[in-house]
Design a binder for this molecule. Sequence first.
Ligand code: G3D
Length: 179
Amino acid sequence: MGYLLSKMMAVFGDKEHKVIIVGLDNAGKTTILYQFLTKEAVHTSPTIGSNVEQITVRKTHFLVWDIGGQESLRASWYSYYGNTEIVILVVDSTDRERLTVTKEELHRMLAHEDLQNAAVLILANKQDMKGSLTAAEISQFLTLDSITTHSWHVQACCALTGEGLPASLDWMKSRVVAN
Ligand code: G3D
């Protein structure tokens, strides 16, 4: 595609903004991706490799990559980082034991040179479940306040009902419009 055409697409709002969804296995990444698309919860199975879908929010197009979160796949997350504008980190808010691993993965990602300009949306998922940590507690645990190098936002949500997801999409749109 020529420079002129891509410039015109940007002007007319047809630019596709790359988003990656990361997080540990079982956090709810795939459910969130399809909830963004269908606004209905779907039956999912563990992501092997990646799912990719286009989501349009009031004329802003996002190309969203859902990357598998099993330990064996995490080592290859970096291969998806190039040109990423937004990273969505999905957290299972009931999974206290693995929050340390999530924190390590988050701070490792932020240090990667291919993500220097990316904004980060942390989704505190599974808020419908008893005993889930609040978005503020997750924020504190992941030491989000210490992040000064990237624009970030934490949002409580429930992927099964879709609660919190429209606000997430609004924030994503505001980030790419700001750039
Ligand atoms: P992943 O892609 O991060 O591995 P999935 O996670 O989207 O496959 O979701 C893992 C399991 O968590 C699924 O249950 C899914 O239905 C459930 N889940 C996702 N989001 C929520 C949520 O907000 N609340 C609740 N209660 N469950 C959620 P199964 O039983 O299919 O393994």
